[in-house]
Design a protein around this ligand. Sequence first.
Ligand code: PLP
Length: 218
Amino acid sequence: MAINLENYKSIRAELGDKVVLVAVSKTKPVEDIKALYDQGQRDFGENYVQELADKQPQLPVDIRWHYIGHLQSNKVKYIVGFVHLIHGVDSFKLLKEINKQAQKQNRVINCLLQVYIAQEETKFGLDETELDVLLDELNKNPLQNITINGLMGMASFTDDLNKVRMEFRQLKRLYDMLKTKLPQISILSMGMSADYKIAVEEGSTLVRIGSLLFGERK
Ligand SMILES: *Cc1c(COP(=O)(O)O)cnc(C)c1O
C-alpha cells in the first residue's frame, strides 16, 4: 500500500480529538485517498482546482474537501458546489466571488483568511494591516453566503525551528485578536509534515499533513 498507516495511526493518536487532521492528497491517486478513507479519515486537502474537481466525483460523498491552495476567482465555480472549507482566502474580491457562486448553489461556504507569516517573499496571504482592511470591508458589505471560520498560515521553509515557532506564535496572536471581534471563529489552520508538532504546541486547531501520510511528492 502506498499510504503510511503507521504514521497515520501515530499522528491521529497524537492529535487526539482537539486538533483536526487534514490529509493533503495533492498529486496522489484516488486509490490512496480511498485507502485512508477506509481507515476512517474524512478530511482531505487539495491544492489544484482541476485535480480536486476530477477526484471528487470518484470518491465517497461524505469526504470533507479542504481547498488549501491559492484560489483564483475564475475557478471558484468549479469547487463551490461541494467544498467544505476554503483555507487560502486573501482578498475581498475573492470572498465576493465565493459568495456570488455560493448563492447560485444555495450554499454557505466556510472560509479561512490566509495570513502571511513567513519571512519569505513567495508565500501568499494578508499582512496584519490588510487583514484589518478586509475585515472592515466585510463589516460594511456583509456577505450572506460565506462565513469566516478563522485563519490559515504557512511558516517559513527552514531548519530554524525557533523561527518557525515565532511565526506560528504571531499567527496565534492575530487569531486571538480576531476572536475578540468575531467570537464565532474556531479554526486556526497551521502546521504541515515538517512543523505540525510545533504548530500544535503554539495553538493550532487544524494541521494539513501530506508527505508523512502519502509519501514524498515528485
Ligand atoms: C502541500 C501542502 C501541505 C502539505 O505539505 P506536506 O509537507 O506534504 O505535509 C500543507 N499545506 C499546504 C498549503 C500545502 O500546499
